[in-house]
Design a protein. Structure first.
Length: 110
């Protein structure tokens, strides 16, 4: 009898944990490093991007295209019109402080 009680109790606890993990996986992380902003790309990937990239020509163009394609976000996340591989490439290039010609080539590639 006591074992049955423990088994039911364990089952209740594990189902609660499973629900909690599922909610955690679905909710966007609220922890953003200071000096960064978050964007989502078309395939759903999330990127933390340094605020210093906001004034870069490639991000200005991505935001412009995003506003035309998706509209301006009110309460939702910022979505950019590119895939994860392109965004990872852009971030890696910008972290190396490229010459203006490289940034222009990125903008043209859109």
């Amino acid at each position: 009898m006591e074992w049955e009680f423990l088994k039911v109790r364990l089952k209740m606890k594990s189902s609660g944990l499973i629900k909690m993990v599922r909610r955690w996986q679905k909710s966007p992380s609220s922890t953003i490093c200071k000096g960064h902003f978050v964007v989502y790309v078309e395939d759903g990937m999330r990127f933390k991007v340094p605020l210093s990239f906001l004034n870069r020509p490639i991000f200005k163009e991505l935001f412009k295209i995003s506003a035309e394609k998706f509209g301006l976000p009110r309460d939702g996340p910022i979505r950019l019109p590119c895939d994860a591989s392109f965004m990872a490439y852009v971030v890696s290039i910008l972290q190396r402080h490229p010459p203006k010609e490289v940034e222009k080539a990125l903008v043209i590639s859109l």
